[in-house]
Design a protein around this ligand. Structure first.
Ligand SMILES: Nc1ncnc2c1ncn2[C@@H]1O[C@H](COP(=O)(O)OP(=O)(O)OP(=O)(O)O)[C@@H](O)[C@H]1O
Ligand SMILES: [Mg+2]
Length: 162
């Protein structure tokens, strides 16, 4: 398996980050595993709100950091399993909260602080990294390590400007 895709963009407000999430979510397919990595307040939940919308999750299913619940499920074109590893201290806890079952369920699995326990990550994953440039500016880079992720080539970041 090789690093088959990498791209990045800068967003200047939360709405653009949400829209990038929407574009990624529109392309997402059953079985995809997506990790979001970046500091507190970098925009991980914001992007996942858009990702869920792009996966057909209706707005009534409010998307926020599952920091305390650890995992939330949304029903869309595919079921979305939204994890937050922020409060976990050991990789054993990832298995305790049902991560493996969700990986096998055939939906889309997305994790905030997903880079915290590299040992639990499947090799085939999309990694989205957030860098805070200033109060409202973020650099967002997404990289796929899966030959099966060709569908993310369909993300057209020119649409962010529209
Ligand atoms: N370009 C931007 N993209 C995303 N969020 C932005 C941007 N500019 C400002 N913001 C603000 O930054 C905050 C991002 O919050 P968000 O909850 O998405 O971060 P997070 O990475 O999930 O944090 P946490 O690690 O605490 O879960 C929001 O208040 C949002 O309005
Ligand atoms: Mg969050």
């Amino acid at each position: 398996m090789s690093n088959v895709l990498t791209d990045d963009c800068r967003t200047h407000d939360a709405e653009s980050t949400r829209k990038l999430g929407y574009l990624l979510g529109r392309c997402a397919q059953a079985g995809d595993v997506i990790i979001c990595a970046g500091a507190l307040g970098a925009g991980k939940t914001t992007l996942i709100q858009g990702l869920a919308a792009g996966l057909g999750v209706d707005e009534g299913q409010y998307v926020r950091s599952p920091t305390f619940t650890l995992m939330q499920i949304y029903r869309g074109r595919h079921t979305v399993y939204h994890f937050d590893f922020y409060r976990l201290t050991h990789d054993d806890e990832v298995w305790d909260i049902g991560f493996e079952d969700c990986l096998e369920a055939g939906g889309v699995v997305v994790m905030e602080w997903g880079d915290k326990f590299p040992s639990v990550l499947p090799a085939a994953r999309l990694e989205i990294r957030f860098e805070i440039i200033s109060a409202d500016d973020r650099r967002i880079t997404w990289t796929s390590f899966a030959d099966s992720h060709q569908h993310y080539h369909d993300v057209d970041i020119a649409e962010l400007a529209r």
